[in-house]
Ligand binder design. Sequence first.
Ligand SMILES: NC(=O)c1ccc[n+]([C@@H]2O[C@H](COP(=O)([O-])OP(=O)(O)OC[C@H]3O[C@@H](n4cnc5c(N)ncnc54)[C@H](O)[C@@H]3O)[C@@H](O)[C@H]2O)c1
Length: 362
Amino acid sequence: MAEYRIPVPLAERSYSIEIAPNLLTSVRATDVLAELAGNSRLCIVTHPTLKRYAEPLIQALEGRGILPALHLVPAGEHRKNIATVMKIYSALLEAKLDRKSLVVVIGGGVLGDVGGFVAASYLRGIRFVQIPTTLLAQVDASVGGKTGIDLPEGKNLVGAFHQPSSVLIDPNTLKTLPMRELRSGLAEVIKYGIIYDEGFFKRVDTLLPTLLKRDVDSLAQIIARSCEIKAEVVSQDETEQGIRAILNFGHTVGHALEAVTQYRRYKHGEAVAIGMIAESRIGELLGQTPSEVTTALRESLLRAGLPVDFPSDVSVEAILEVAQRDKKTIGGLLRFLVPTRMGEVIQRNDVPESVIYRALGR
Ligand SMILES: NC(=O)c1ccc[n+]([C@@H]2O[C@H](COP(=O)([O-])OP(=O)(O)OC[C@H]3O[C@@H](n4cnc5c(N)ncnc54)[C@H](O)[C@@H]3O)[C@@H](O)[C@H]2O)c1
């Protein structure tokens, strides 16, 4: 059975990502939570549909004399907002969580970001554990300490850097994940190959049929390498002053597309897939990206069952307007990551609007 432990070295905020099939029903998971909760309170926050993953943990913790509170939050990106945050604050107060207490978030990237933001701000910050249950959250959202919520004007516009105390990943949770969500997570996995590791891009491409069949060992393997890459990048640049920006490949266009379509039409990974092709084309038009990179990326995304074409009914003006408000924009300049070769991207903030229009097919 494939088991991995990936360190995230961040001085006094260092933690480990543990990846193992059946981790959530293991003594190890209970040990981690019990130790972090100590003599204080613990609240598990999850979605009603994911209660099955919380129950064995609650039982095991109760067996050790810890009585966790459970708070259920309805799912959906459109609920990644301050109203949801307020409800969780109330639940934590009702469960009498204090500054030594622990929040445990079981869910995808939406709940991870919201729950992490609650932990960052409740009583000026308490510890939390991420138990990501979507592929996207396992390979990306749960690692690196970015937490936050959306505003009607744009994605993730309010938030905080707050590192989890531990990340526990059980790839078996992906067995119940809807296929569209699994594909969405593969977009971020494919992204790591393009931005950082050509060999990984090829390995993922070869493994795609097995991954889509949810082979647990293959999933554990690619989750582990993805987390390793993210940990390497984040530990060099925790608050995104430099290299961490490479993780945003595809996200300038992707985030704007999600916002313009009210967060309802595309899954995050789908919007990122379309964004990566758009930004790779921008790179081609700037003479920076070899066309073979765009072609290989496009074929891999298509094989993963992801969309790649910018929708013809979405206006480029609307995308540019939303992208201007994105927090990646500095001094009014839009920033795009463009591949220079397979395994490397650079940032450009000098892209003429005419190039953006052409890259988006206009
Ligand atoms: N913090 C970061 O660094 C970071 C990085 C990437 C993405 N994100 C954020 O992550 C969010 C997207 O996350 P997501 O794609 O995980 O979406 P999500 O959290 O909305 O989860 C997708 C759906 O899957 C369901 N689900 C989750 N796990 C399941 C399981 N095991 N079985 C069955 N159903 C399950 C959820 O209830 C939800 O309906 C976006 O808001 C994005 O901004 C954050």
